[in-house]
Design a protein around this ligand. Structure first.
Ligand code: ATP
Ligand code: MG
Length: 573
């Protein structure tokens, strides 16, 4: 490829709306351009890297026994109604109508579509196991699209759906994907950590997210260095330590004018936050519920949602809080509150002589003890695990890290095969529902994450496996003779099928070197004075900055050698 014939609009300045390195670099290096909020076009150079990523995914999926399909992007509303998700998917799903008023969704995911297709093409236990995948666009009307292609409204996902006869088969399919994912990401230069993830309220028994540790990550991970427990904060358990019981004191009403928050209460009562029974009103599927937790902890809304069995959960507004507690916000508590469903965190039972709102304006209770002053009917772990909390498996203190989620594997169980009535005949001729799993990789997000992990102040440093070109050849000859000599080297590389871009633009060497560093292909060749005068081609490695000289006779051999060495670094294990 000759750069003079290639659209490569590189930029010197960071785009003003880009907050993270990968987003800035993808725009500056001419890989993508913004179309509108959360939507990006790929330019030829960006598309080359994207295709290399897709190719690695495809190779590893095929090697793991999965087979490739391609589904429509428009998915019929009837399918979503069958599974019950037409009403539960919420505003992230983009719904449209055709000229005949038939309803569709622009697929945010394809569980329904694949279940319906497989229902059509599979009939016997002999047809299973099946792992069907595609590499296709997804649409999600994200509330906050950000970080360029890391969270966009339209993105490419590799999604796979496994169908197995029994638990053992599902476990095998799941583990095969787990292995494939590690290999896929490793081959792209990403070290991932699989962490336990929330399976939500929609069924499913086991789920892991593949995280790349990064300060820009939107996910918080809890990691135990001692035993290797790893979980998304949304899911993370932790071992509790409870205070010793104290002799119960009398329950008393105390006037607390305008003292509402935990901080204000701590100052007012001059005691530890763990003494308070923090009571928060939520709306669970539209109905008010109270969640009560020790004042030194935060509620994990994912755990709460699961404990309540709710599909939707949101904090109640002031008006509802006032209606439910008969008091202004800040004075809610579990005593004399029989009106609404109340769920207690595991911490509450262990608070002796606690303090809580009295459901009256400017009044709190002291000397609060569960059992005597209120009954714990529903109890669950609804607490958010934080840095320093004890590992649920070994008890060692855990630490937190931020991560970018690049992939997700999930045991769905019978959810879709039952709701959409997918069956196969087993050995005895009985119709049985297969167990399903689903497995996603965000292709564009993966590309941005690679850049996030592999760059310096000058630009991208592509791992060779996903670099748009292996070799970036800069010609700085000026005379016809020099240009001819440079063209000859390019022709030689091209004929030898070396993946090379030739910067033949009539621009200054400084400018061309700047672009070469910004774009970050692993091997830079310079055909300059040392070659025209002394016959030596300069080879520079983008990552290490290492410089080598080589004569034309040894060039192909040398380049092939470097390519091989660099690939070996990113080999699957
Ligand atoms: P997130 O929590 O980041 O919203 P998710 O749980 O909605 O992700 P999945 O439904 O599991 O994501 O989708 C599989 C993969 O698709 C994710 O692991 C991620 O890599 C990618 N992905 C999800 N949403 C987006 C998006 N808006 N833009 C780009 N990639 C995305
Ligand atoms: Mg999402």
């Amino acid at each position: 490829m000759r750069l003079s014939r290639y659209p490569l609009p590189t930029l010197k300045e960071d785009p003003s709306d880009a907050a993270v390195a990968s987003h800035k670099l993808m725009i500056r290096a001419g890989l993508i351009r913004k179309e509108s909020a959360g939507m990006y076009a790929y330019l030829p150079l960006g598309l080359r890297a994207l295709h290399k990523i897709i190719q690695i995914i495809r190779e590893e999926m095929n090697a793991a026994g999965a087979v490739e399909f391609l589904m429509p992007e428009l998915t019929n509303a009837d399918l979503w109604k069958e599974s019950g998700r037409w009403n539960t998917m919420g505003p992230e799903m983009i719904r449209i109508k055709d000229r005949n008023d038939l309803e569709y969704a622009l697929a945010p995911t394809h569980e329904e579509a694949f279940t319906a297709l497989v229902r059509n093409i599979v009939s016997s236990y002999r047809d299973l196991p099946l792992n069907a995948y595609q590499i296709n666009t997804k649409f999600r009307d994200e509330i906050r699209p950000r970080f360029g292609v890391i969270r966009s409204k339209e993105f490419i996902m590799k999604d796979a759906y496994s169908f197995d006869l029994d638990e053992e088969g599902l476990e095998k399919s799941y583990q095969a994907m787990r292995m494939a994912y590690r290999n896929i990401f490793r081959r792209m230069g990403l070290e991932t950590i699989p962490v336990e993830a929330d399976t939500g309220t929609m069924g499913g028994s086991q789920s892991e997210e593949f995280m790349v540790p990064s300060t820009i990550g939107e996910e918080v991970l809890l990691l135990c260095n001692s035993c290797g427990y790893r979980a998304n904060q949304e899911k993370a358990d932790f071992k509790r330590t409870f205070p010793a019981f104290e002799t119960p004191e009398e329950l008393k009403e105390v006037s607390t004018p305008n003292v509402r928050t935990i901080d204000e209460l701590v100052t007012f009562f001059n005691c530890n936050a763990s003494k308070f029974l923090k009571s928060i009103i939520y709306l669970a599927d539209g109905k008010p519920v109270m969640a009560v937790i020790s004042g030194d902890r935060e509620i994990n809304e994912h755990k709460l949602k699961r404990a309540l069995g709710a599909a939707e959960l949101e904090l109640a507004g002031d008006r509802i809080v006032e209606e439910v507690t008969q008091a202004p916000v800040g004075f809610a508590g579990p005593i004399n509150n029989f009106k609404i469903r109340t769920i207690f965190d595991l911490s509450i039972r262990h608070i002796s002589n606690g303090i809580t709102g009295a459901n009256k304006k400017d009044v709190h209770y002291t000397g609060v003890n569960s059992g005597r002053d209120f009954a714990i009917i529903e109890e669950a772990d609804i607490a958010l695990a934080v840095d320093g909390d004890k590992c649920p498996t070994c008890g060692a203190p855990m630490n937190t890290a931020k991560g970018i989620e690049v992939g997700h594997i999930f045991k769905l169980g019978y959810k879709y095969s039952k709701s959409m009535n997918l069956t196969v005949l087993d050995k005895n001729g009985r119709a049985v529902h297969p167990l399903m799993g689903c497995y996603g990789i965000g292709v564009n997000r993966t590309m941005a994450t690679i850049i996030e992990q592999h760059h310096d102040e000058r630009g991208i440093i592509w791992p060779i496996s996903v670099a748009p070109f292996y070799v970036w050849m800069v010609g700085i000859g000026k005379t016809d003779e020099e240009i001819k000599m440079t063209d000859e080297i390019y022709e030689m590389l091209r004929k030898a099928s070396i993946d090379v871009m030739y910067d033949d633009r009539p621009l200054s060497p400084g400018f061309k070197f700047g672009d070469a560093d910004l774009i970050g292909c692993p091997i830079r060749l310079t055909i300059g004075k040392t070659y025209f005068k002394g016959g030596e081609i300069e080879i520079k490695l983008r990552e290490s900055g290492e410089l080598q000289k080589c004569r034309i006779e040894g060039l192909l051999e040398k380049i092939k050698n470097i390519i091989e060495i660099q690939f070996a670094r990113y080999a699957a294990k």
